[in-house]
Design a protein around this ligand. Structure first.
Ligand code: SF4
Length: 252
């Protein structure tokens, strides 16, 4: 790890708490939002059938969507990206999804030879050296596998919410992804409190790292806890002054 990065505040993260206890708050609007989210999912299923995939990061929003899909009895293929840099806690959700919902999540991994070549040339910690190398790492480990996940699909379901960041402030429930597919974000108007109220009510399995002040969880080297008052995505690529996006949801 570079000197600048090692001095950043992993150790300064606040003591772990319980995310449900900290955040969950049922709101008067939530029943209607749940119904609307399920209707968006039903509409997507009807419009796209086998062309539809839930691209799950295994973050709490995506776990809520998997629960909504299951609860509505919808036949939606679920897939995730295993970059080779995920926390063990994230990967541990895969068998929990199988146990809870009877759903197998298809896992897309980067091309091993491409990763080996990249690491050999740029090093294991290339992401800290420059934004270009960080994006190149995301390209090899995320974007290429994502392109295989979406090949032949006409629509994908994401856990994007408008509240997550300024860059996501105009996320629509159903929009063009810039590559000819529809991107369905059924939780676009949900608040963080509502996400956790749903988790509490329906006992949705979630990544215990959310209990450690990590609202947005990506690869282990590129995720840290956030401090009180920081943006939801401040813990992603925290050493960068960037939009905190890896390219998966870039607008072309
Ligand atoms: Fe690489 Fe970090 Fe991007 Fe993961 S988030 S692919 S480790 S740069």
């Amino acid at each position: 790890m570079s000197e600048g990065v090692s001095s950043l505040p992993w150790a300064a993260a606040p003591a772990a708490g319980n995310a449900i206890g900290l955040y969950a708050k049922w709101t008067p609007a939530l029943d209607a939002k749940i119904e609307a989210a399920q209707q968006h999912l039903r509409n997507a299923c009807a419009a796209h059938r086998d062309g539809l995939v839930q691209s799950s990061s295994l973050g709490v929003e995506d776990m809520v969507i998997t629960d909504l899909i299951s609860r509505a009895g919808l036949n939606v293929h679920i897939a995730t990206l295993d970059t080779g840099k995920l926390h063990a806690e994230t990967l541990a959700l895969l068998p929990r999804i199988k146990d809870r919902y009877g759903l197998a999540v298809e896992v897309f991994k980067p091309v091993a030879e491409a990763v080996i070549q990249f690491v050999r040339k740029e090093g294991e910690e290339a992401m800290y050296k420059s934004i270009e190398l960080r994006k190149a790492c995301c390209g090899v480990r995320k974007m290429e596998p994502l392109s295989r996940m979406l090949a032949g699909r006409t629509a994908w379901i994401t856990g994007l919410r408008r509240e997550q960041s300024g860059a996501r402030g105009d996320v629509a429930f159903d929009e063009d992804d810039g590559n000819g597919r529809r991107k369905i974000s059924p939780l676009a108007d949900w608040t963080w409190a509502e996400v956790w109220a749903y988790v509490q009510k329906y006992e949705v399995p979630y990544n215990p790292l959310h209990d450690q002040f990590m609202p947005s969880i990506g690869c282990a080297p590129c995720t840290r806890a956030i401090a009180v008052g920081e943006d939801f995505r401040a813990g992603r690529w925290w050493w960068e002054d960037s939009t905190k996006e890896c390219g998966l949801h870039a607008k072309s």
